[in-house]
Design a protein around this ligand. Structure first.
Ligand SMILES: [Zn+2]
Length: 112
């Protein structure tokens, strides 16, 4: 299953993924099903079914940490989620490399 987010978040996901893997090895008849791991609106999303409380907590921790961790490089310094145009959680250095979405400069001329 692809992890549809930047490498900066992979270490956080790995912790939950390792717990899910070992749960599934121990419970092959009733495994946790992970349907999607992705970035949405600047935060990490992990969709899964059948996760027990302790693993759900690990997932919640990863999701909560994503809001304070640069999705690209994993830095936790000066990380903010940009709410204009592109919505990404990045550190200042990675933010510089990403160009904001181009907004049309065309003006609407109203004639009467
Ligand atoms: Zn970064």
């Amino acid at each position: 299953m692809p992890w549809e987010c930047g490498k900066g978040w992979w270490p956080m996901i790995e912790k939950a993924a390792a717990a899910i893997d070992s749960f599934n090895v121990a419970n092959p008849e009733n495994p946790i099903e992970v349907s999607q791991i992705k970035q949405k609106f600047g935060g990490l999303r992990i969709y899964c079914y059948n996760a027990p409380e302790d693993i759900r907590q690990l997932i919640d921790e990863a999701v909560a940490a994503s809001w304070h961790t640069c999705e690209k490089c994993g830095s936790t310094t000066g990380v903010i989620t940009n709410l204009e145009g592109y919505r990404l959680t990045l550190c200042p250095a990675c933010r510089k490399e990403i160009k904001p979405r181009v907004i049309s400069k065309r003006k609407i001329i109203i004639t009467r």
